[in-house]
Design a protein around this ligand. Structure first.
Ligand SMILES: NC(=O)c1ccc[n+]([C@@H]2O[C@H](COP(=O)([O-])OP(=O)(O)OC[C@H]3O[C@@H](n4cnc5c(N)ncnc54)[C@H](O)[C@@H]3O)[C@@H](O)[C@H]2O)c1
Length: 375
């Protein structure tokens, strides 16, 4: 097979490139080496056996050239930071995907599979259960509530604290520019795929972890920030009360899901959550990073800060994909170990740390509640 991987110079893309080449496929990469992801230029880890094309998924000529002669596409190129340039998210993530389908249809390209990476962010706050009023789909928690250090979701009818639920791909409740653009991308892939008989699969990844994740993306959050702090022997800050839950998935498991989506005809026309299958509190996750970084006694601080727009809990129900035989095989500890080892190999960790700190402040998303959550 000859496979085009858009965004193939990035974190998930480059590992997918390696896996495809290892099994004997031919790979073309289309990537514009977007900054700040590739702040220092073309990454050294790029597989020399892949054909690299510097180009933008929004550029008709460049995308068409990259598509010529390929059998399948794994579409990973995306704009992902949390900056308020709303239109860029739609331009790259949504328009770029529409152009991909436009060219396949217009040029009658014999593409046998398109795999599109969407995101758990499409789920928004996900589903919650009120013991009296049943399932609820809450919006973001109001600012006034967070100011009081009240972190949980309350039932909109009775105000009772609700229980989070594993949320599947049948649910969507996007609440920010990235999530909206990703939901539209997913709909484009599944709708045009069905309508024009272009076999398509959408994969909603949870938080993916592992080496090669850019140090310069604000979104690559917890693992990078915690690992950087512990590298310098500093205690990181954990937001809210630290008890918000996330499911983290190892990059090797995501690569296996990408390959399955290329190969398994049962997946065509469907969206699938690709997650780690376990809920971890952010505080416990920070302690894992502390231990693996060699600072088990350096506890994170909990000053009662919160991030504007953060979800309380984000945990994906992966049963639809596990029913096909895929399951996450790698632990959070393995992901953190691999990431920390990779961080230690970097020559410019001080620069990375300063960039991360500056970026967080510039984003202006961290806010202080009136209540101290304590240590
Ligand atoms: N990493 C995660 O935790 C995560 C979670 C959910 C979904 N995803 C999705 O997975 C995909 C890959 O994410 P990643 O973590 O590898 O990101 P990444 O930033 O490491 O890689 C994305 C790549 O796309 C390229 N790119 C950006 N804009 C482009 C454009 N206009 N034209 C061509 N190339 C462009 C970048 O240069 C980069 O190499 C994305 O679609 C992302 O939304 C990632």
């Amino acid at each position: 097979m000859k496979v085009l991987i858009t965004g193939g110079a990035g974190f998930i893309g480059s590992h997918t490139v390696d896996a495809l080449i290892a099994r004997g496929d031919e790979v073309v990469i289309l990537d514009n080496l977007q900054k700040p992801v590739h702040l220092k230029g073309k990454p050294e880890y790029l597989n020399p056996a892949a054909e690299f094309r510097l180009g933008d998924v929004r550029d008709k000529t460049q995308l068409l050239q990259a598509l010529k002669g390929v059998d399948a596409v794994i579409h990973l190129a995306a704009y992902q930071d949390y900056l308020p340039d709303f239109s860029t998210f739609f331009s790259v993530n949504t328009v770029g995907t529409a152009l991909l389908y436009e060219l396949i249809v217009a040029e009658r390209l014999p593409i046998k599979r398109v795999v599109v990476a969407t995101s758990q962010a499409v789920n928004g706050e996900g589903l919650y259960m009120c013991s009296t009023h049943g399932l609820q789909a809450p919006k973001s928690r109001p600012e006034e509530q967070l100011q009081l250090g009240d972190w949980e979701h309350h039932c909109p009818v009775c105000g009772e604290v609700m229980q989070w639920q594993w949320t599947s791909e049948s649910f969507s409740n996007p609440e920010n520019q990235y999530a909206l653009s990703k939901q539209a991308q997913e709909q484009i892939a599944l709708t045009f795929g069905r309508r024009y008989e272009i076999p398509s699969v959408a994969l909603r990844y949870s938080i993916v972890q592992g080496p090669r994740q850019s140090f310069y993306n604000a979104y690559s959050g917890a693992c990078r920030i915690f690992a950087l702090h512990y590298y310098f022997g500093k205690a990181p800050t954990v937001f809210e009360d630290g008890r918000m839950l996330r499911d983290f998935v190892n990059y090797k498991d995501v690569v296996r899901a990408n390959l399955l989506a290329l190969d398994d005809g049962r997946m065509i026309g469907q969206a699938y959550c690709v997650g780690g299958g376990k809920a971890h509190s952010v505080l416990d996750f920070a302690k894992v990073v502390a231990r693996i970084s060699g600072h088990p006694d350096l506890l994170p601080s909990l000053p009662g800060e919160y991030r504007f727009g953060d979800t309380r809990n984000s945990c994906s129900d992966i049963s639809k994909l596990t029913a096909l035989g895929w399951s996450p095989k790698h632990t959070v500890e393995e992901s953190v170990q691999a990431y920390v080892s990779w961080l230690k190999e970097q020559a410019d960790v001080q620069d990375i740390f300063e960039f991360a700190e500056r970026n967080m402040r510039a984003l202006n998303v961290v806010r202080q509640s009136k209540v101290l959550a304590g240590q």
